[in-house]
Write a protein that binds this ligand. Structure first.
Ligand SMILES: [Zn+2]
Length: 247
């Protein structure tokens, strides 16, 4: 296993985890700021009231900001599998990247190698299942887009980190079957499946903007080559496969 040379950079932004819970989620973020230094200063600024357990810059340097037994303030409002307070049950990792607002770009190999080494240790230390390795956008689909469609979920899953739905026969991205404005049983079925996987979504048979944002978050993670917020055969196939393979 790759040894990680941490730099300690303690953040004051943390508190106690909710009692009685376990750490069963790993949440991946990008910093979404123009510079790495700016992001690190903000994550350690008491006035900003944000933090993460770890920060990884584009050269692969890992900064340790908050101890794993403490509740870092990275996820904000959101939920997964019907439970809120994601911060209490998760480890948060921030990856330096300017993000969609400031020039989104690929995560360089040294950064991804450090992420993989760090994640492997976390998965060994905490009861985080494969389907508990998630993006911020998965747990807050109406507010967040990070780490985004350039994050290599597929490569990581091949390395034993997270879940990826390999399909033997993969339909091409196709014509939209469901999109904004659709109603009825097919929409309800889709919403039920997304909720069953873990997404926070109202099962109300109405394909409104909230449903489109959840579908968009799903695609950023599991169908990143086409993120359009519309449901086609390929999107449905990936969702069905995930529901089959999640533990
Ligand atoms: Zn985030």
């Amino acid at each position: 296993m790759q040894e990680i040379a941490f730099i300690d950079c303690p953040s004051p932004n943390h508190d106690a985890r909710a009692p009685g819970g376990s750490i069963d989620l790993l949440i991946v973020h990008y910093t979404g700021m123009p510079t790495a230094d700016g992001a690190r200063l903000r994550l350690c600024d008491a006035a900003a009231k944000v933090s993460s357990h770890y920060l990884i810059d584009e050269a692969g340097q890992v900064y340790r900001l908050v101890a794993e037994d403490r509740r870092a303030w990275h996820a904000g409002a959101g939920g997964w599998r019907g439970q809120g307070d994601v911060n209490s049950r998760s480890i948060g990792i921030e990856l330096v990247n300017p993000g969609h607002e400031h020039g989104y770009r690929p995560f360089p190999p040294p950064q991804m190698a450090s992420f993989a080494a760090l994640a492997r240790g976390l998965l060994a230390r905490h009861p985080i299942p494969a389907h508990g390795v998630l993006g911020h956008s998965d747990v807050a689909p109406t507010r967040k887009t990070d780490p985004g469609e350039l994050f290599d979920w597929r490569g990581l899953a091949a390395d034993g980190i997270g879940l990826w739905p390999d399909l033997a026969a993969k339909p091409a991205p196709g014509q939209a079957l469901l999109a904004i404005g659709a109603t009825g049983a097919a929409v309800r079925g889709l919403q039920s499946k997304l909720a069953e996987y873990g997404y926070e979504i109202a099962v109300d048979s109405l394909y409104g903007s909230a449903t489109a944002l959840v579908v968009t978050a799903f695609q950023r993670h599991f169908r990143p080559w086409r993120v359009d917020g519309q449901v086609d055969d390929e999107t449905l196939s990936y969702l069905d496969k995930l529901l089959k393979i999640k533990a």
